[in-house]
Design a protein around this ligand. Structure first.
Ligand SMILES: [Zn+2]
Length: 172
């Protein structure tokens, strides 16, 4: 099993929808489930071995003791303490020791991206992008190409700032 394969996975409910996309920007497996049924959410988290991230107090506090810790076992639920996505990301990054691996996962569908050669991307991405970029990735599910560009750089910087805030605090 690759290190990635045994890594922590998340289930995000509709109360923190934007957070799922940010976790995928960092390269983590994060599924957004919009169901309103608490029972269904918890059952899915348990079945798929995911930590449920939620703003719903009833869900988050009830099973907080079961939250997985790095190296530890049991998936549970974590109550997010902020409405702001950057603070939510910081809370999760701190709790689970998240790091950043850009272009690892499709931000739309959560599939793992495959890195593709420049030659493979030729004709499939805009010409100016092909000329100016060297790294490309592909989502087979969405049939979509990704490249390191302004979008990823902006998201990457924001996510990296969150992660480095966490590391600074840990050192002090
Ligand atoms: Zn996709």
């Amino acid at each position: 099993m690759t290190p990635e394969a045994c890594e922590i996975r998340f289930l995000v409910d509709s109360t923190a929808a934007r957070l799922s996309r940010w976790l995928r920007f960092l390269g983590y497996d994060a599924v957004l489930d919009k169901t309103d049924s608490d029972a269904k959410l918890l059952a899915r988290a348990r079945r798929e071995g995911r930590v449920l991230l939620t703003r719903k107090r009833a869900l988050g506090t009830g099973s907080r003791a079961g939250v997985a810790v790095p190296g530890g076992a049991m998936p549970g639920a974590m109550l997010l303490s902020s409405d702001f996505v950057s603070e939510q990301l910081e809370q999760v990054a701190r709790a689970f020791g998240l790091t950043q691996r850009p272009m690892a996962r499709c931000t739309l569908c959560n599939s793992e991206l495959s890195l593709v050669s420049r030659a493979e991307a030729d004709g499939r991405v805009p010409e100016r992008v092909y000329q100016s970029r060297s790294e490309f990735a592909y989502c087979p599910h969405c049939d979509k190409y990704y490249w390191k560009g302004t979008h990823w750089e902006h998201a990457g910087k924001t996510a990296a700032a969150v992660v480095s805030r966490r590391q600074k605090r840990r050192r002090s």
